[in-house]
Write a protein that binds this ligand. Structure first.
Ligand code: AQP
Length: 321
């Protein structure tokens, strides 16, 4: 099965990116034909400093490789290295109903929070549709926040197919229930633009400090609490073994514990998980040519697939002989 997903190099990856999306990329790479890209064209809507964007793309590649993405199994590439996608984006823009884009909550949410929105941000779901359709993708592993954009992609593919004849493969989202919306330090969705993230490759001491500052309620220690509605417990569950999780769950149900104790446990399990990855990342960073080689061969493979799909689309709509 062709699996595809992209991730924006708009800053360092956080726990939500990993548990919502990247972990799926890695699990799916063994049995499927995985295409994973660093979405630098999408990032241009927020990162307007060239040196920062270049550094972010490199960090993103290092992070993905350190987290376990294997470029000999999956195709890892940078979005802008496949120009066919930009042409497909334009073709899909013609015929994309404005109302469909106006209903996208990610755009409305940013606008409501006073983030200056440009046409790129408004039409982001159409570029995302081109990203998906350009590789005949069947499965798109993402967090819940991207579900609506995948529905837009399916709408655009359906209406193109209805007008010009069967051209696009219909993709489906793959969203894991337990990690569809990882909470941030304040309990809202973990998101860079909410300033509530815990980064994966943050300095260990800084990370521990941030964990100790996770917001909690002021109910008395002795009161029993529902673990399922508590974001600290949800974060702990991401890293804990079943046994560790059940022990903490019991503490919540019984009451008589302090949130500080859970935060310490969270810092320990997270550190346990992250420490070997930090080491792996350091090794990779000292071999930049390995990363360059992986991205170059990924782009070659991705272009081969995307140019075939684009030729099929051009023929269908009559713009090339
Ligand atoms: N909190 C989350 N829980 C589960 N999945 C999440 N994803 C992001 N946040 C969560 C998933 O990560 C993948 C990459 O998303 P992206 O490139 O769109 O990253 P992002 O949107 O830049 O992440 P942010 O922090 O949410 O950025 P802003 O604040 O700029 O929008 C996607 O599959 C996404 O679902």
């Amino acid at each position: 099965m062709r699996v595809l997903s992209g991730i924006q190099p708009t800053g360092r990856f956080h726990w939500g990116n990993y548990f919502g999306a990247i972990k799926q990329y890695i699990e799916l790479q063994y049995e499927n034909d995985g295409f994973y890209f660093i979405a630098d064209l999408h990032a241009l809507t927020t990162v307007r400093e060239p040196t920062v964007l270049r550094a972010n793309v490199r960090d993103a590649a290092l992070d993905l490789l350190a987290l376990g993405l294997d470029p000999t199994r999956a195709t890892l590439f940078v979005q802008s290295h496949v120009p066919e996608v930009s042409e497909l984006y334009w073709i899909l823009m013609t015929g994309a109903p404005l109302g469909l884009l106006e209903r996208c909550v990610a755009f409305k949410d940013k606008e409501a929070r006073g983030i200056k929105a440009d046409a790129g941000l408004f039409t982001y779901p159409v570029l995302m549709a081109a990203d998906i359709l350009a590789y005949d993708s069947q499965c798109v592993p993402v967090g819940e926040d991207q579900n609506q954009h995948i529905e837009v992609c399916r709408d655009l593919a359906r209406s193109f197919n209805a007008h010009y004849g069967e051209t696009f493969v219909m993709p489906s989202a793959r969203i894991l229930k337990e990690t569809a919306k990882v909470p941030g330090t304040d309990g809202q969705k973990m998101s860079k633009s909410y300033g509530n993230v815990l980064a994966l490759f943050e300095d260990a001491k800084e990370l521990r400090k941030k964990i100790m500052r996770i917001s909690t309620d002021s109910r008395p220690m002795e009161e029993a609490k529902d673990p399922e509605t508590d974001h600290l417990y949800q974060l702990y569950s991401l890293f804990a073994t079943d046994e560790q999780r059940l022990e903490v769950r019991d503490m919540y149900l019984r009451g008589g514990f302090g949130y500080g104790e859970i935060k310490k446990r969270l810092a320990d399990v997270a550190d346990n998980f992250l420490e070997p990855l930090r080491k792996k990342r350091q090794e990779l960073a000292s071999n930049p040519e390995t990363v360059d080689r992986a991205l170059a061969s990924g782009a070659r493979r991705a272009r081969t697939v995307a140019s075939d799909v684009l030729a099929r689309v051009q023929k269908a709509c009559g713009i090339k002989p």
